[in-house]
Ligand binder design. Structure first.
Ligand code: IFM
Length: 863
């Protein structure tokens, strides 16, 4: 009898079906033989391990897997080229839950798993965990079904369903993604004023190369859909990220109607599809390969006649190889040290049953002294040979491994959960980088043109401390970017008559100061003084190098490549400080992190960081060159630097701050608020209102430099005066408030930090994601709520969780280990893949091998 016309308008990646439904050996063999090369995984549910289907099944011949599993979850066999292999099974885990856990480790979400019910009682296989699977009933012998289950009657239903899936793959249809709300950002067709925001939010990136979610048919020359970290054009303050040649252009006629973009954080892909599904509906799926940084791939489908590949990359030069494949084009941009780029794009067109598919694979070679077109073309050839499906599969595997290694899990707070994953996803876009590479992390990364891609302290003290826990190699590259620009920093110090090295407030390709002197705001031209006065950046850069070395436990990095950075920054502070008649040292005429107050003296953060810098350099030099006289002078100066500590035990933010007009943030508006825009610079400057943590930032970065027992009084004073007028503010405030035991306020601030881009709270997300906000949010959880720090090779933690988070699991890299910290009402558990010294609060340190149960978390305020 002919198969019934089963049509499941959905592509899946794994099928679970009863072995008995495919018991006919010939049919089983044929199907499995065909499904495995098409990358479809099949799980056959069998009654017992001796089921005859085991003998009848052929070995898989492609990347797709075939498994047999007992319906009660008690046994499992993997079929391999060498025969069946027993799989370890978790006791008491229902079989479908075990299948989903296994699939998830391969980057296959539950929404891409097809469960075929075909026997009476099969409904019992389903559980809460399988709620998101695609469940269908095949044949005529299934029992009562859950409401809404699609039915495929008739004796050949199972085979027809499988053949349909096979067909979708063979016809190279655009794959589906799992629309799990915990892992996806769904952006309906935006109104014109929100279009650029959505493009930013739906950026896919790898290794610092970012491809914004610009519509494939959008040919607006004014927008830059592709940018790369550290690839600039222009000179002086005009240095800005270079718009790179496009790779994803398509021609669509008629143009798509309303499209929905779905960014899948779990697998790193962006799906764009027309809202009204039907024959010839436009769909596209794109990926920036984390497994092959520089490689980007796209598959699109629409009615034949409607879809054509777009133009070749437009740039200074382009061509196609003589005698080479005509479908390949390239472009190179004018080179300058580190800013050359070559891009090559290949494309393939297919057609089947009235649907045309177009695939484009691009390869960018960027960075380094002279990236070569030949390299790009070679890597393009390899990527094309692998094919879109393989690129997608390896990308998914990389992402699955990433999320297994690094994740922040707050199961009781779905909103924070998605926000934290988006923050981690944003940081992952900077990785991986080749060993010894440098990484210029602009304020918006490469996700948009905001701040021209200039590198601020955002990179050193907001992004780096989070990045080192996510991808230590990328964090190292951030430090390398600074080390490579020491000569420019030395020139800057010398030009001002100082010793050592002074880093620019805004930096780009060559490490010169690129802060503009003026900015236009609401039709007015404003003077910008941060380039001249915001000097704490010099100590921030040194702090980042030391933090990196401590976190990964590589003192040799500090003593080696980072040594000149630490020492020359200390030399700068030594010559920059003035000493008064009483012997006290001062740093006059600065701007602290609180940019509402310009040209102030003895800013608590600047002075505290300079003091830390002098002492850290002294520690280093005493070890490396015990005879050197410099450490003594540095320590003496550090001890005399004014710290702003008042008799009440809190810090005065700068000399004369307490005499300014008292003003609380909520008297102006509900924070976050750009109070300077609302009240005017002069009024805000004359008040005690602050833009972002300054004294509290000191507590966050170098608590040892803050006055004893000053955390609580400082929080009480400055938290209500903080307008959060900067994207950097809420996350770090959350971290500090959590340490002070004010966990509920901390959680509210974390939510603000996470919503900053997702809800475009500052109206600036169109210009790119705020990388510092992503970094600060991760720090709020790791350094804030968990209280993680590293002290001489020991992991110290001191969790303080808000009531709404009874459970928190953090997975991250630290001290060369993959660490998992689980906190719940029963206590704190640390798991590690290599032995680690761990200390919980003030208790004695223990050596953890594998897993350590450390007892209940400490709670309450810390003074
Ligand atoms: O570095 C920040 C600064 O602290 C506040 N204004 C924006 C800059 C770039 O993000």
């Amino acid at each position: 009898m002919a198969d019934p016309p089963a049509r499941l308008d959905r592509t899946v990646d794994l099928v679970v079906v009863r072995a008995r439904e495919v018991l006919d050996p010939a049919r089983t063999r044929r199907l499995v033989a065909a499904l495995s090369p098409a990358r479809l995984d099949v799980v056959l549910l069998a009654g017992n391990p001796d089921d005859p289907v085991l003998a009848a099944c052929p070995r898989p011949t492609g990347p797709g897997r075939v498994q047999l599993r007992g319906p009660d979850g008690g046994w499992a066999r993997e079929l391999t080229a060498d025969g069946p292999r027993a799989l370890a099974v978790a006791a008491r885990v229902p079989v479908l839950d075990a299948v989903l856990a296994d699939a998830s480790a391969r980057g296959i979400g539950a929404g891409l798993v097809l469960v075929v019910l075909s026997r009476r009682g099969d409904r019992a296989l389903l559980s809460e965990g399988t709620r998101r699977c695609v469940v269908v009933a095949a044949g005529d012998r299934h029992g009562p079904l859950p409401a809404g289950t699609a039915r495929f009657p008739g004796p050949g239903a199972v085979a027809a369903l499988l053949s349909e899936q096979l067909g979708r793959r063979c016809r190279r249809r655009v794959p589906a993604l799992d629309p799990d709300p915990a892992w996806t950002l769904r952006e309906p067709d935006p109104p014109p004023e929100r279009r650029r925001v959505v493009e930013t939010l739906t950026t896919v990136a790898a290794g610092g190369l970012a491809s914004r979610g610009v519509a494939e048919e959008d040919r607006d020359p004014a927008i830059a859909p592709v940018l790369a970290a550290g690839v600039y054009r222009g000179r002086g303050a005009a240095q800005a990220l270079r718009p790179l040649p496009r790779w994803a252009d398509l021609r669509l006629d008629p143009a798509p109607g309303a499209t929905v973009r779905t960014l899948d954080l779990r697998t790193g892909v962006l799906l764009r599809e027309e809202g009204s599904p039907g024959p010839g509906t436009f769909r596209s799926l794109r990926v920036a390969s984390p497994a092959r940084p520089g490689v980007v791939a796209l598959r699109a489908e629409a009615a034949a006649g409607r879809l054509r590949p777009g133009r070749v990359p437009a740039a200074a030069e382009h061509g196609s190889p003589r005698g080479g494949p005509p479908r390949r084009r390239w472009a190179t941009t004018p080179s300058g040290a580190g800013s050359a780029v070559a891009v090559a794009v290949g494309q393939r067109v297919g057609r089947d049953r009235g649907v045309r598919t177009v695939e484009r694979v691009g390869c960018y070679a960027v960075g380094g002294p002279a990236p070569r077109l030949r390299d790009a073309l070679d890597r393009l050839s390899r990527a094309e040979a692998a094919g879109f499906d393989a690129l997608l599969a390896e990308s998914r595997r990389t992402w699955a491994a990433r999320w297994d290694d690094v994740d922040l899990r707050v199961p009781d707070d779905p909103e924070a959960q998605r926000g934290l994953r988006f923050a981690l996803f944003t940081l992952w876009g900077l990785a991986p980088v080749p060993p010894d590479a440098e990484l210029a992390v602009g304020a918006r990364g490469a996700t948009g043109p905001g701040y021209r891609g200039h590198v601020f302290w955002d990179a050193d003290v907001f992004v780096l401390p989070a990045l080192v826990a996510v991808a230590p190699g990328a964090a190292r590259a951030v430090v390398r970017y600074r080390i490579a620009r020491l000569p420019a920093a030395r020139r800057r110090a010398r030009a001002a008559g100082h010793d050592g090295a002074r880093f620019p407030w805004e930096s780009a390709q060559d490490g010169e100061e690129v802060t503009p002197h003026r900015a236009r705001l609401r039709g007015r031209t404003l003077r910008v003084r941060t380039g001249a006065l915001e000097e704490h950046i010099t100590a921030d850069v040194a702090w980042a190098a030391a933090h990196y070395a401590a976190w990964v436990h590589q003192p040799a990095f500090l003593a080696g490549p980072a040594r000149p950075l630490l020492l020359d920054t200390a030399r700068y502070w030594r010559s920059r400080c003035t000493v008064d008649d009483a012997g006290a040292a001062h740093l006059d005429h600065v701007i602290g992190p609180d940019e509402y107050h310009e040209d102030v003296d003895d800013d608590a953060f600047t002075n505290g960081m300079a003091r830390w810098n002098l002492r850290a350099a002294a520690d280093l030099l005493e070890r490396l060159d015990p005879g050197s006289p410099e450490p003594t002078a540095w320590r003496s100066l550090a001890g005399r630097l004014v710290d702003g500590l008042t008799p009440s035990g809190r810090h005065e933010q700068f000399a004369g701050y307490d005499a300014r007009r008292p003003l609380l943030a909520r008297e102006v508006a509900e924070p976050p608020v750009a109070a300077d825009l609302l009240l005017g610079r002069a009024r805000v400057g004359a008040s005690q209102l602050i833009k972002q943590p300054d004294v509290l930032m000191l507590h966050h970065l170098v608590p040892g430099e803050a006055g004893p027992a000053s955390l609580v009084p400082d929080v009480e004073h400055y938290a209500p005066r903080t307008a959060h007028g900067s994207s950097l503010s809420p996350g770090i405030s959350a971290a500090v408030l959590a340490r002070a035991g004010r966990t509920e306020e901390a959680l509210a601030l974390l939510h603000t930090g996470l919503a900053l881009d997702l809800d475009d709270l500052t109206d600036t997300t169109a210009e790119g994601l705020h990388l510092a906000a992503a970094g600060a949010s991760v720090q709020a959880v790791v350094q804030g709520f968990l209280g993680v720090r590293v002290e001489r090779g020991t992991l110290v933690l001191d969790p303080r969780l808000p009531a709404a988070w009874p459970r928190l699991e953090a997975r991250f890299r630290l001290l060369g280990a993959a660490v998992r910290i689980e906190v719940d009402p029963a206590g704190v558990v640390v798991r590690t893949d290599r032995p680690l010294r761990v200390r919980l609060g003030d208790r004695a340190a223990v050596r953890v091998v594998g897993a350590g149960h450390l007892g209940p978390a400490v709670s309450g305020r810390r003074a």
